[in-house]
Structures are given as C-alpha cells and as structure tokens.
Design a protein around this ligand. Sequence first.
Ligand SMILES: Nc1ncnc2c1ncn2[C@@H]1O[C@H](COP(=O)(O)OP(=O)(O)OP(=O)(O)O)[C@@H](O)[C@H]1O
Length: 246
Amino acid sequence: MTPVLQLDALCWSVGGAHIIDGVSLAVREGELLAVIGPNGAGKTSLFNLVTGLTRPTGGAVLLDGHDITALPPHRRVRRGIGRTFQSSSVFPTMTVAEHVDLAARSAGVRRVGAADVTGVLERVRLARRAGDLAAGLSHGDKRKLELAMLLAPTLGAGTAGARLMLLDEPMAGVASEETGELTDLIRSLHRDEGRTVLLVEHHMDVVLGLADRVAVMHHGRLLAAASPAEVMADATVQQAYLGDEL
Ligand SMILES: Nc1ncnc2c1ncn2[C@@H]1O[C@H](COP(=O)(O)OP(=O)(O)OP(=O)(O)O)[C@@H](O)[C@H]1O
C-alpha cells in the first residue's frame, strides 16, 4: 500500500550546517509515529519540511505517492496536512469558537456554520468554553483548542480536518493533571478516527503510551524507526540519549 507520507533522502542545510541529513521514512495510513531525539536533533526542522514551512535542499516529500516538495504550506493544508507548534499558538483576545471559525476560513471554507464549530469543539471537549476568551484557558485546554483548529479546515466539505496531523510537543507546558486527558484525546483522533499522526514529544511515558512506531533522530539523521520496545532496547539509541558521540 502507498504510504500516506514518504520522505525520500530529505536534506536541509543552512550556512553549511546539515540540519536534516538524508532522512528517508515511510509513514503508513493510520499510524502514530513518534519522533524522538535529543534537543537540536532536527525534529522540528523535519516537521517544517513536511508542512512546507521550509524547502529542502535535497530529496523529496511525497503525500499519497505524489511529490509535494514544491507545494506551499496552505496547499498542503488543503490536502490534509495539519500541524501544531511547540509553543502554544492561540490568540488571547479571540474566543474559543472564533479560533475554529478562523482556522476553517483561512483554509478556504466559505461558510462555517455554528453547529459545525460546536461539533468540532465537542470533539475536543471544549464546547462549554466556546464563548470564552482563549486567554483564560489552561495550557491543556489551549492544546485542545489547537487540535480543534486542525479539525476545522475542511468543515462543510463533509470531512473533518487534517488526516495527517503533526503534533510538536503537545504536552509542553501542560500541567501533569491535564496530560492524561490530552493523551486520550490524541489516541482517540488516531485510533477511533484513523488519522495518521506524527508526534514529537519529550515525555517518554506519553510516547510509549501512544506510539505504534518510534523514529529516533540524532544530528539530523534517522538512527532508527521501529516498535517502541525495539527502540528502547537499541544500544545506539541509548548512546544518543546519553550524549555520547556516535
Ligand atoms: N533557521 C535555522 N537556521 C539555522 N539553524 C537552525 C535553524 N533552525 C534550526 N536550526 C538548528 O538546527 C538544529 C535542529 O533544530 P530543531 O529545532 O529542528 O531541533 P529539535 O530536535 O526540534 O530540538 P528540540 O527538541 O530542542 O525542539 C539546531 O541545532 C538548531 O539550532
């Protein structure tokens, strides 16, 4: 079966530094792949290449077997790629419902019904906060709102948002009592709705609780991509985490 996402010898260099160095990886439909690695390994840079925020200096990105390397970010959103960022990206003075409406409209949806917005907010268990300003949300609820915004871009088109979700450290800044519910929500978007998820996360308990497969990056290279158990037992991976030069 054609992978949903395929990275083919992907490279990104800046000023002579090889930040992404020949990464090849195939992501299956409906898979949850966690991308782990020490700080500066290139995880966010890899996400930037998949979403089109940066252009690779070599290699290709394929979606459903089609080369999308030259497509700008907004065209990738319309093809079903959605992404959240490491730091929370909500607008404090906008209401929760307005965020969903904005996400849909900025992706080209012309008519966004109130019922559609409520439906998306119910999906992430934020419907009761619809009229509240985002400034008043807890970190966990801000993260849920960001997920809601990924569900919005195809509202009214009969489908519900991103089918390939890239989540960059969704637990960052979230209080420990909120991580369980957020983990359940991500699991449900993946397992119950069949969405493909790429997850960058430093909390290993979250990674091990969610991932079908774990990809390990180090110095811009892909060290391993295997089951969580295999990756945890891999001596090279352990060395990378202990900070030894490879
Ligand atoms: N625009 C840029 N110009 C120059 N160097 C960059 C740029 N973006 C990232 N880098 C460098 O590339 C390397 C990888 O950064 P990246 O943010 O992708 O790592 P990461 O694995 O996501 O790290 P973290 O876990 O700390 O978020 C780092 O050394 C970073 O300083």
